[in-house]
Design a protein around this ligand. Structure first.
Ligand code: EPS
Length: 386
């Protein structure tokens, strides 16, 4: 079983992730993970914090001589901003911590529900962990899964398809072109014309003290058929991928394939008819299902979309009530991003990679990469005999 946990506060000393169940023999370098961490830090619309951080991973365990050992992998990412917060976030200094107490809950954040649930009087005890800073640890963990999938021939690509009310057009003919165009874009958007309009919209929102959300799409190519299962609710691949995407801060909706649009179409316009060719085996001419039928991958590209709400920390005040005085106040200005949809897209790729790596290990098993590869090849060879 593959599993991971993250720990760390946004302005604490560091973020950590502990990964267990990665097979031995996976070639892995910090450079590979750092390239993904850098992608997450980028994107037009990010705020001042990203100028402070330069995320880089350190292996504390589980990797030796550029290869995984099969033992737990502990990943460490330093928070450079800790230098400015060591008093306010100190594990020991009570007075310094109390001096910086936050008592004004921000609408749309975990602030109010979190203090009520955990019995805190200082909202900082909630917001430090609910912050999307945590996603750096998830991208680090997901990058290890991505490396495993690389070795199995599964490729994951993410791109931004909407910022606010501006939607991207098709933008690319093939997955390779999509990847190239997204990589060249400040917004991970494959449609250059839409990108320019999105940048203008972000500038406008920034000038107005507002923020913008959007939609990103994740595609996974080369996924073998039969990952996940129809037999039990918690083994359904679409349910697990949706939960992973939904767990990203500010994500409010997830679609698989046609998603919500399927509800408006007739059945004949939703299903993907099945064809057979001696060379190719079974194949489809359409992929409205987004590569998943009955909770299992069907061999087509997996296509997922996630909608992110606008960041709730605004430069324009929203009404709320002080926890102590119970008096209304207008929220004070806080440092924040205007738009973090491209960052969320990179996180989306990471959590998708993680779930697919879990599903591959469940299907094929293996304590070493050689064993995993052998098992997968034998399954794929058997499918050719069907
Ligand atoms: C975040 C608020 C901002 C963002 C942060 C997420 O941080 P700060 O409160 O330090 O200004 O920059 O994102 C990251 C630090 C990151 O690495 O993505 C929030 O409240 O969620």
């Amino acid at each position: 079983m593959l599993r991971y946990l993250t720990a760390g506060e946004s302005h604490g000393p560091a973020l950590v992730a502990v990964l267990e169940g990665m097979p031995a023999g996976l070639e892995l370098t910090a450079g590979y993970i750092n390239a993904q961490l850098a992608r997450r830090q980028g994107g037009y619309g990010r705020g001042a914090r990203m100028k402070i951080e330069a995320d880089a991973v350190r292996f504390l365990s589980g990797v030796r001589g550029g290869t995984t050992l099969g033992s737990p992998i502990a990943l460490y990412i330093e928070n450079k901003d800790w230098a400015n917060w060591s008093q306010a976030m100190s594990p020991e200094q009570v007075a310094q911590v109390e001096e910086r107490a936050v008592t004004r809950p921000r609408p749309g954040h975990a602030d109010l529900a979190g203090v009520l649930k955990y019995g805190h009087r200082d909202i900082r005890n909630v917001l430090e962990r609910s912050s999307a800073r945590e996603t750096a640890a998830r991208v680090a963990a997901g990058s290890v899964a991505r490396k495993l999938l690389d070795e199995l021939g599964v490729e994951i690509t993410g791109h931004v398809v909407r910022i606010g009310d501006i939607a991207a057009g098709a933008g690319a003919e093939s997955l390779a072109e999509l990847k190239e165009r997204a990589a060249a874009s400040q917004l991970l958007c494959a449609d250059e014309k839409a990108e320019q309009e999105m940048i203008a919209a972000i500038d406008k929102a920034r000038a107005e003290g507002d923020s913008l959300g959007g939609v990103f799409e994740i595609r996974a190519a080369g996924v073998p058929p039969g990952l996940g299962s129809h037999v039990q609710w918690d083994r359904k691949l679409d349910a697990r991928l949706a939960a992973a995407l939904m767990s990203i801060q500010a994500v409010k909706g997830v679609e698989v394939g046609l998603g919500f649009e399927a509800a408006a179409r007739k059945g004949s316009q939703v299903q993907d008819e099945i064809f057979y060719d001696g060379g190719r085996g079974f194949y489809r001419q359409t992929n409205r299902a987004g590569g998943i039928e009955g909770g299992m991958s069907n061999g087509e590209e997996i296509v997922l979309r996630a909608a992110m709400k606008p960041i709730p920390t605004l430069y324009r005040p929203l009404r709320s009530v002080d926890l102590v005085s119970k008096k209304p106040f207008e929220a004070s200005v806080e440092r924040s991003d205007v738009c973090a949809v491209p960052a969320a897209c990179v996180v989306g790729e990471a959590v998708t990679a993680w779930e697919l790596a879990c599903a591959c290990l469940e299907k094929f098993g293996g304590d070493s990469m050689d064993e995993l590869r052998r098992n997968m090849e034998s399954y794929l060879a058997a499918l050719k005999q069907v």
